[in-house]
Write a protein that binds this ligand. Structure first.
Ligand SMILES: [Ca+2]
Length: 485
């Protein structure tokens, strides 16, 4: 693969050992907050979702900096999404499209070749701390001074609680006190790291597991969302009828979990549980943000908040993620950079989580590696309406065609998807925000489709084989309702 070879050559430049951390700069510090599986409902977009989402802390953060209305993940699954924004290398160049990849797997991202985002800061003399779910599969442990991983909370006695639940697909009030839940503890670690004495600038990352399934949070969060007030997302009957076969193969299909939830009359309960879990996550991130506000570092710390990808709750007959539609690809991104952003900034430009790495490098005056795929968002942080070439590309691999990358591009004009080399979709999101009508064969759109088609990577990296072998192994013993993390 030409692209891989070119990447590998560039990466050799970065293979030297990190120097001793005595070249510390004066900062600024970085606080990176990550939420898992949090979709974009809290952006209050009446064209897409009108229900209430209680997230006062994330809203306060957004009000204090620049909130991106159109931020997209590079991969709509946990591991490749995180690998992409932490390495700065997109899936269509690295071949990391799967959750199954592990450290040491072949491909251009093995440990010595790429400088992780925390590694960039450590190399510059920062102290680096990571708590909870940050990386997933690919990581460079030597780039963290302290790293404590994530655990899932134990299921309540009697789980699965819901008649449709099983494995991770369940929800219920949890039996644990909030103080004992793992995301509460992850937040505690980050708070302690903020509050300790610092003789160098810090890079602190805190990643929450919630609102990843199962949705087990205290009763009080369920009580904030009375069932009578729950708004479920709008579903279109036969929405998949105009989706090509490889696209339909991505969904759970008629026997899938989404259908089961809707047909069992549990759609409102599921949405309630997702929102309850979202509000619990907001509360924990709020505690971390409050600790920063009351610390001496308040005015010298850049805050970045993101979700790793979106989440379907029965739209397009699908549950969770791993599709190339808006529900799974649209995510949250807020950046507050003292002295750069102004409060209340909203940018409608289309950006990617790939842009985080070069943005933080520029904000902190660090030399970024030469191979990064993203673009620095600093022009949009200074002026959210600045000129910007809006594009956001997402890559995915599916077991129905495991050697072929699927790609999607989203711009102001719409969404174009290509599954392998043959099948395509196009949605005019200016008129069809739910992506209900595939216009790929409509001659009215031929020219815009041509532009978007040409904007996709011409020779995307194929999914790495180690992941495929792993996946095939898992397929021999399918787990009920199990989907990717
Ligand atoms: Ca449709």
């Amino acid at each position: 693969m030409k692209t891989i070879i070119a990447l590998g050559a560039a990466l050799l430049v970065q293979a030297e050992e990190l120097p001793p951390a005595d070249s510390a700069k004066a900062g600024p510090n970085v606080l990176l907050l990550i939420s898992d599986d949090l979709n974009s409902w809290l952006l209050e977009n009446p064209d897409r979702y009108t229900g209430k989402v209680i997230a006062p802390n994330l809203r306060k953060l957004a009000d204090g900096g620049v909130n991106f209305s159109f931020a997209y993940t590079a991969a709509p699954v946990c591991s490749p999404s995180r690998t992409a924004f932490l390495s700065g290398v997109a899936p269509w160049r690295s071949g990391h499209y799967h959750n199954a990849l592990k450290v040491g797997d072949s491909g251009p991202l093995n440990n010595d070749e790429v400088l992780s985002l925390p590694g960039l800061f450590k190399k510059a003399g920062y102290a680096t701390f990571g708590y909870g779910k940050i990386s997933h599969g690919w990581d460079q442990k030597e780039h963290w001074d302290e790293k404590i991983g994530h655990k899932r909370d134990p299921a309540p006695p009697g789980a699965p609680i819901t008649p449709v639940g099983g494995g991770e697909q369940d929800w219920a009030p949890i039996h644990l006190a909030e103080e004992k839940m793992n995301d509460t503890l992850n937040a505690n670690h980050a708070i302690k790291a903020i509050e300790q004495e610092h003789d160098k600038p810090f890079f602190i990352a805190c990643g929450l597991f919630n609102p990843h399934m199962p949705w087990y949070v205290p009763q009080k969060y369920f009580d904030m969302y009375p069932l009578s007030e729950i708004v479920t997302p709008v579903l279109k009957e036969d929405d998949l009828a105009d989706v090509p076969p490889l696209g339909r193969a991505l969904t759970n299909g008629k026997s899938g979990f989404a259908t089961k939830v809707v047909e069992s009359g549990l759609h409102k309960e599921a949405v309630q549980a997702y929102l309850a879990t979202t509000t619990y996550a907001d509360a924990q991130l709020g505690r971390v943000l409050d600790a920063l506000e009351t610390s001496p570092h308040k005015d010298n710390t850049i805050v970045v908040f993101l979700s790793d990808h979106g989440f379907h709750l029965a739209e397009k007959d699908h549950w969770q993620k791993a599709t190339l539609w808006e529900e799974a690809t649209h995510c949250l991104l807020t950046i507050r950079a003292p002295g750069v952003t102004k409060p209340g900034g909203i940018s409608h430009r289309f950006v990617s989580l790939m842009d985080i790495y070069p943005t933080l490098a520029e904000l902190c005056d660090l030399e970024p590696p030469p191979y990064l795929d993203g673009r620095s968002l600093v022009p949009l942080l200074k002026d959210p309406d600045a000129d910007w070439q809006s594009t956001a590309i997402t890559g995915l691999c599916d077991k129905s065609r495991p050697t072929e990358p699927y790609l999607s591009i989203r711009t102001e004009r719409g969404r174009y998807i290509r599954y392998g080399t043959e099948e395509e979709e196009f949605y005019d999101t200016t008129k069809d925000p739910h992506e209900w009508t595939n216009q790929i064969d409509n001659p009215e759109y031929a020219s815009v489709i041509g532009v978007l088609r040409a904007a996709l990577p011409a020779d995307p990296a194929k999914p790495l084989k180690s992941a495929l072998a792993d996946r095939r192994g898992r397929e021999k013993k399918p787990k009920k309702n199990k989907r990717d993390d």
